[in-house]
Design a protein around this ligand. Structure first.
Ligand code: CO
Ligand code: CO
Ligand code: CO
Length: 328
């Protein structure tokens, strides 16, 4: 059983159709969307996980940036959040939990999100995240299902957080590498989300556990299009290939490859180490944005100059083969 299998179980549930549900489980989108009125749609999502770094405050920041990201990926504005907490209160000092929650709160404040409650259970393993509620206009929802042939694809964070976090756990990561991924993981996708809408994005998703390839494929499948990915233009953290070479690839990376590679034409001369990074599960990864090709370069430049957000054109959307990725 991998995470993808768990996803399939969810999709098998006999859920009744409800016309007010604008985005449900069918298209593997980032968040659910429910129409409240002609003007307002609710966006709802939840995400929590075990610590990826040692510092509790930083872990809190990462967990919240990650949980809010699904709302940003739908083009929404997050409004309220509930803390989801599991903590071994008998074996760990409560001051650690306090730091996690303080870190989380600092990101919610930055995002203008009100913390309105939550739930804590005792558990042998620390886990933290949020259930988030956001809003958007029903006509402005950005799903992963509207990428159009001719679009270009923009990615807003480098890849390789899973591999570098694995190196960190093994005591093999450089300080610079860890600083870089932490800086990236605590960065909100808010500005990327706001600017992609200004530039008329057609579709969006955020890159998380299913890896760059997995989430790009979800978009290709939902949009019934193909994708050409330019391998030399995919942004990687500098140390990602080096640590992949040391075999520091996560279990999630292996199952992503197993699950998705049948839909990827990787050609013959592509580095297997690069593919390791492209299948690497990301935590609080960037947005993958599909937008008209004449807008892509402007979005990239605007994000860099106006928002201090990195952005790279990583490929383009093509007619077909639908639901497949071709690496060039
Ligand atoms: Co997502
Ligand atoms: Co999510
Ligand atoms: Co409760």
């Amino acid at each position: 059983m991998g995470p993808e299998d768990l996803d399939l179980i969810l999709k098998d549930l006999p859920i009744k159709k409800d016309p007010r549900v604008l985005v449900g489980l069918e298209t593997s989108d980032d968040a659910g969307v429910y129409q409240l009125s002609d003007e307002v749609a609710l966006i709802q999502t939840a995400d929590f996980f075990t610590p990826i770094v040692d510092d509790p405050y930083t872990f809190g920041q990462i967990a919240v940036a990650n949980a809010l990201s699904d709302v940003y990926a739908m083009g929404g504005k997050p409004l309220t959040a509930l803390n989801l907490v599991a903590f071994p209160i008998k074996t760990l000092s409560p001051s650690i939990l306090k730091e996690i929650l303080r870190g989380g709160l600092s990101k919610m404040e930055e995002a203008g999100v009100a913390l309105v409650g939550g739930h804590t259970i005792e558990d042998p393993e620390v886990k933290y995240g949020l259930a988030v509620t956001g809003v958007t206009h029903p006509n402005k929802i950005l799903t992963n299902a509207k990428a159009q042939p001719g679009d270009q694809l923009v990615l807003t964070k480098p890849l390789g957080t899973g591999i570098i976090a694995t190196a960190l756990k093994a005591g093999m990561a450089s300080e610079e590498a860890v600083t870089r991924i932490v800086e990236s993981m605590i960065t909100l996708n808010r500005k990327a989300s706001e600017w992609m809408q200004v530039f008329g994005a057609h579709a969006c998703t955020d890159i998380t556990g299913f890896s760059f390839i997995g989430h790009a494929l979800e978009m290709a499948i939902a949009s019934q299009v193909g994708m050409l990915i330019e391998s030399k233009n995919t942004p990687l953290f500098p140390e990602a290939l080096e640590y992949a070479k040391l075999g520091l690839v996560t279990g999630g990376g292996h199952s992503n490859r197993q699950f998705f590679s049948c839909r990827v034409d990787a050609g013959t001369n592509l580095s297997p180490l690069l593919m390791d990074v492209l299948y690497d599960p990301q935590t609080s990864g960037g947005l993958l944005i599909s937008l008209p090709s004449n807008k892509a370069q402007s979005l990239v430049e605007t994000l860099k100059t106006q928002a201090q957000v990195g952005a790279w054109i990583v490929g383009q959307v093509v007619e077909g083969p639908a639901g497949k990725i071709q690496m060039i």
